[in-house]
Design a protein around this ligand. Sequence first.
Ligand code: MN
Length: 749
Amino acid sequence: MITEAVNGTLQAPAEQAHPAASAAAASFAALLGKLDYLGPADIESIRQAYRFADEAHLGQLRKNGDPYITHPIAVAAQCAEWKLDAQALMSALMHDAIEDCGVTKEELVERFGAPVAELVDGLTKLEKLEFDTREQNQAESFRKMLLAMAKDVRVILIKLADRTHNMRTLGDMPRSKWQRISSETLEIYAPIAHRLGLNFTYRELQDLAFRFLHPWRYEVLSKALNKSRNRRRDLIARVQREVEAEFASHGMSVRIMGREKTLYSVYRKMDNKHLSFSQVTDIYGFRIVVPELTDCYTGLGVLHQLYKPLPGKFRDYVAIPKVNGYQSLHTTLIGPFGTNIEFQLRTHAMDVVAESGVAAHWLYKASEPNSDMSQRLGTQWLQSLLDIQQETHDATEFWDHIKIDLFPDAVYVFTPKSKIMALPRGATVMDFAYAIHSDVGNHTVSARINGEQRPLRTELANGDVVEIVTADKAEPNPAWLSFVKTGRARSKIRHHLKTVAQEKSHELGERMLSQALRSEGIAALPTEDGQYQATWDKLLRFTGNKSRDELLSDIGMGKRIASMVGKKLAVLLSETGLKPDALLISTERYASGEDESVSQGVVTLDGSEGMSVQYAPCCKPIPGDGIVGYLGRGEGLVVHADDCPTGKRLLLRDGERFLEVEWADEPVRSFDTTVVVTVTNGKGVLARVASSIAAAEADITHVDMGDEPAQTATDIRFSVAVRDRQHLADVLRSLKRTPSVIKAQRYKP
Ligand code: MN
């Protein structure tokens, strides 16, 4: 529909033609009148952006019938009030061009350069976001705003200008839209304007939102304020005269302005404190702008001589500025007829900051094109927004997860559906996957970043579009723990691994209890239901477990001893009339490994056991080694080499906790063991040794050089992952053939 405007008549010059176009030209001329702070080249660029936008929006109308281009011009005019630079003004003029006119970002890059194109693109992305003002989603909305400013602070300024103009013209929109747009303005945009110190805009947005949210209350209050203004006119005039005279008599030249609370703030005060309009007394105030900083304090003395100060109302925001940079002295005085009147004293510079906040900083600093500045402002703004978040919410999940992670450095990335996620800098694809949902994280198999396949450990960059590929059967990999950055991803992975470990322990426990029962002459573990229900209940009372599953897990993790539980269970079963099989007892207890049927009771290890089985770090057994299994207390099954001194000590002390284990014929993974290599010292030795290990197709998982001073020979310890003893022998042979290697052997404790 709208693309026709672009593809259609490019030759129609916008400045002449029909009345609508000349109305647009007139408002652009008014904008040009505000640009005296910019140079001729900048103004020419802005003129080009205007022509481009005007053609793009050609034929589109605002709700009130004006040509659409009057809206971008109004937005640019607001930005000119804030003295934003040419790029910002150009972007303001074109801010709806991508969204509404089918103009592409590439086209903007070509015609106006990358910075302007980025700004317009940022505004377009922001426009697409739906802000949700419901309590629990406000956090999310703020997070979305963070993205926009993380890249360029000007995006938010232009956005606020856009919103201000839309609020001013909200009356043209259907009534059904007032509520949503006004709440959003009140809850998202006004607080941001406030925090950024854009006080004028803050007050305007609040009053406009109030007017459209509660038209009737606005009307009543506005009339009441008018009446009271008329009634107090004499009082105000008198105070103004007296204050002017007093300052003049002290030889100080100051600017005095009467000021009035906004309708919305009066309304809020009435609402919060349940006051009637007449009870809200401090509606009036004066602002006194003095030449120098020290004059603020001198001026305060002048005022306090004139009227009596109200105790407890003095605030020194000059010495201690507010977080948004606001500086002023505040005092409330008891004026004529006992009326409370608030006074603010500040310098001209403070006044500019108070009214236009961060934009004022921009104004002062924009003259020197310093890219650091926008970076620094960006950080300030980020801080500001986080402060708002803190004020408006206590402990949402947002804060739990983001507070530490996000600040001060964050990356903002998109889901394929343009949802923005904030992640700590250095966050990887897996952090992103878990940030979306733990189900997504747990089933991740691969990822595409900006359309390209990338490893899961890839660190994310601002603006990346990240797509996660999942598979139902995929499971978390313990290796992910080594690169995830967020607490959320870490705890979700750990939780999953623990659950899996519990399942594995359960399996192991079941096998062990069956084996123990066979040693008592009972061929199979009885089922839990039916005739053995009572037996299981009695057994659980004996062990103190809540359920059969828990008991089996406990056995698997070594918290209960299978043989003892097996004995008890056999006794309980014999009470039900089940007699042990004497032959089975003798084969189980006395037969050795050569009988095929017996090895069923032995626990077979293939390396896939996960966390329920550990290979002892002292002796690091590998397939081919003789091994024994020790059922540690709560640490699951620990596998030692049968000649390991630690294992032997445990066997003497804790014999009943040992069980028979053996290697599977084809283990599914490689196992770490330690190799000590004695080398002559010299250049490049480590590299030669490492490549020799690699040549034998083994992976080095850790190197320990020791730190004795340089001698002629040194021991280097390598942790090497090998398939089995044969593979280890290959590695050692390869090492011994390597120049500079004096000796290479497996480490034995
Ligand atoms: Mn707009």
